[in-house]
Design a protein around this ligand. Structure first.
Ligand code: GLN
Length: 480
C-alpha cells in the first residue's frame, strides 16, 4: 500500500498499477492534483479544467471497474496552450488570442481522449512559442520549481514546470528549436522532440511550420514511451505527417547499451559550455563507455551557423503564419477603429507582445524582395548543409550525445533585455529541428546550486526507439 499523500509523485506506469489494483481511483488522483494546483505559485497553468477533469475521472473510474479502460486511462495530462481542445481556450500565451475558444480537438488530443487520458488544463508558454525562458508570456513568467528565482526554460516552460512540481502526471509541449528539450533539462524531467512528420500538427497553432513538432514531457522513460507511442502516426489532416509505421517504443525498455555507437560532436563541447554542465555530461559519457557503448568523436562542421540559420527560417515562417491574426477572423479586435487598415494595425499592435513583433519584422525583412536571396534562400542552403552533416555522422554512429543547453536554468530577467544572448542559448537544440531529427533529454543530476542538468540524445530520422533505449538505461542504472 502506498502512502496516499504521495500519489501525485507517481509516474503513470506506477499510478496505472495502483488503479488496476483498486488501491487508488482517478477521482482521488485528480483531487490530489487540484489540491496542489490550487495553491501553486509557479504560474504554470493558463487555464485549468476543474469540472471537466473531475467528470472525466468519474467516467474513467467506471470504465476501470468494468475492465473497459483505455491504454492511458488515468494519465492526468497538461497540454501546452497552443494545442487546440474543443470548447477550451487556446491563447498561445498571447493577448491577441486571450478570448479564443477552439471549435475542435487537435489530432493528438483526439487520440489521447480515445485512450482515456484526463485533461487537467492548458499550460503557460512564451507567446506563440517564441522564447527560451517563458518570460515572453502575456500571462507572466513561470517559475522554476527547483528555484523560483530562475526560469523554467521555454517555450514549453509551463509544461515542464507542472510535471516537475507534481501538478500532473505528464504534459504535451511543442518544439520548434528546443522548446521541449531545454525546459525539460532546466526542470529535471524527460522530454522528447519526435522526428518531423512523426506527430500530426493538425490543431497545433503554427509558429514555424517546417520545424514544429508536438512531443511528450514526463517523469519517467516508460511514461515517455507510452505517451509518445499514443500521439505518433500518420494523419491525413496534416500533409507533412509521415506515413511510417509506429514501433512499440516500450519494447525498447529494459535493454542495455552494449555495442551501441554513440557520437560526440566536438562542436557541442567548446568554450561556451558551463564547467558544471560539462562535468555532469562527462560522467554520463564515462558511464556509457563502461557499460559497453562505443564512444566515437566526430564533427558536425556547420554547427556554428545553426543559430543564425534557425532565426532566419523560423522568423520568416512566423511572419507568414502570424499574418492570419488580423482582428477579423480570430481573437481580439481593437475597439473604436473606423477604417479596415486601421483595425488591422491597431489589433496587431495591441495584441502582440514585443518579442513577437520583433520576429515578425525580422521575418518580413528576410523574405522581402531584394533580401530574400541574401538571407532566406541562403539560410535554406545552409539548412541542407547542416542536415548533410548529420547524414554523414549517422553512417558511423547510432546516435549522438550532447549537452542540451550551455548552462542550467538562468535567473528570471537575466537575459530578457538581450535577445541575442537569449537566442545563443539555443545553440545545442536548434540544429536537429533544422535537420528534422528526433531528440530526447534525460535528467542526469544537478549543478552546484541544485539546478538540474539534462543530457540530449539525437537520433537518425524515425529512430526514436534507440533514444528511448539509452534514456531508459540511464534512468535505471546511472547514479547521479
Ligand atoms: N527558443 C527558440 C525560439 O525562441 C525555440 C522555441 C521553440 O522551440 N518553440 O524560437
Amino acid at each position: 500500500m502506498t502512502d496516499r499523500a504521495d500519489i501525485t509523485t507517481l509516474d503513470y506506469t506506477r499510478a496505472r498499477e495502483l488503479l488496476e489494483k483498486k488501491e487508488i481511483t482517478c477521482s482521488e488522483l485528480v483531487d490530489k492534483y487540484f489540491q496542489r494546483v490550487n495553491v501553486s505559485q509557479l504560474n504554470g497553468f493558463i487555464t485549468v479544467f476543474e469540472n471537466s477533469a473531475r467528470e472525466q475521472a468519474a467516467q474513467i473510474d467506471e470504465k476501470l471497474k468494468n475492465g473497459q479502460a483505455g491504454r492511458l486511462a488515468g494519465m492526468v495530462l497538461a497540454v501546452k496552450d497552443l494545442i487546440a481542445m474543443e470548447g477550451k481556450k487556446t491563447t498561445c500565451g498571447s493577448n491577441i488570442l486571450s478570448d479564443y475558444i477552439s471549435p475542435f480537438d487537435a489530432t493528438v488530443v483526439q487520440k489521447l481522449r480515445a485512450q482515456d487520458v484526463i485533461f487537467l488544463g492548458k499550460t503557460n508558454m512564451d507567446e506563440f512559442a517564441m522564447g527560451s525562458s517563458n518570460e515572453n508570456s502575456h500571462y507572466g513568467p513561470v517559475k522554476n520549481p527547483h528555484n523560483p528565482e530562475c526560469v523554467p526554460g521555454g517555450s514549453s516552460g509551463g509544461s515542464a514546470a507542472v510535471v516537475a512540481d507534481n501538478l500532473c502526471i505528464a504534459s504535451l509541449g511543442s518544439d520548434t528549436g528546443g522548446s521541449i528539450r531545454q525546459p525539460a533539462s532546466f526542470c529535471g524531467v524527460l522530454g522528447c522532440k519526435p522526428t518531423y512528420g512523426r506527430v500530426s500538427r493538425y490543431g497545433l497553432v503554427a509558429y514555424a511550420s517546417s520545424l514544429d513538432q508536438i512531443g511528450p514531457i514526463t517523469k519517467s522513460v516508460p511514461d515517455l514511451s507510452v505517451l509518445l507511442e499514443a500521439i505518433c502516426g500518420h494523419d491525413t489532416k496534416d500533409s507533412t505527417s509521415a506515413d511510417q509505421a509506429v514501433p512499440r517504443f516500450s519494447d525498447y525498455l529494459n535493454r542495455d547499451v552494449k555495442g551501441l555507437r554513440i557520437g560526440l560532436p566536438h562542436e557541442y563541447f567548446t568554450d561556451g559550455l558551463d564547467a558544471d554542465v560539462a562535468e555532469k555530461i562527462q560522467k554520463v559519457i564515462d558511464f556509457l563507455e563502461q557499460s559497453g557503448a562505443k564512444i566515437i568523436k566526430l564533427s558536425l562542421p556547420h554547427t556554428e551557423y545553426a543559430v543564425a540559420t534557425y532565426y532566419v527560417i523560423a522568423t520568416a515562417e512566423a511572419s507568414s503564419n502570424l499574418a492570419r491574426y488580423d482582428g477579423a477572423r480570430y481573437g481580439r479586435r481593437a475597439e473604436s477603429t473606423s477604417a479596415l487598415e486601421e483595425m488591422y494595425v491597431k489589433s496587431r499592435t495591441e495584441g502582440f507582445g514585443s518579442e513577437v513583433k520583433r520576429r515578425i519584422m525580422l521575418g518580413t525583412y528576410v523574405l522581402s524582395a531584394g533580401y530574400y536571396d541574401a538571407y532566406y534562400r541562403k539560410a535554406q542552403k545552409v539548412r541542407t548543409l547542416i542536415k548533410q552533416d548529420f547524414d554523414r555522422a549517422f553512417q558511423d554512429v547510432d546516435c549522438l550525445l550532447t549537452p542540451t543547453s550551455p548552462t542550467t536554468a538562468f535567473k528570471i530577467g537575466e537575459k530578457a533585455d538581450d535577445p541575442l544572448k537569449m537566442y545563443l542559448s539555443d545553440i545545442y537544440t536548434v540544429s536537429l529541428n533544422l535537420a528534422g531529427l528526433p531528440g530526447v533529454v534525460v535528467p542526469v543530476g544537478k549543478d552546484g546550486t541544485g539546478l538540474p542538468v539534462g543530457v540530449q540524445f539525437i537520433g537518425p530520422a524515425f529512430e526514436e526507439s534507440i533514444l528511448i533505449q539509452i534514456a531508459d538505461f540511464i534512468e535505471r542504472e546511472f547514479e547521479q
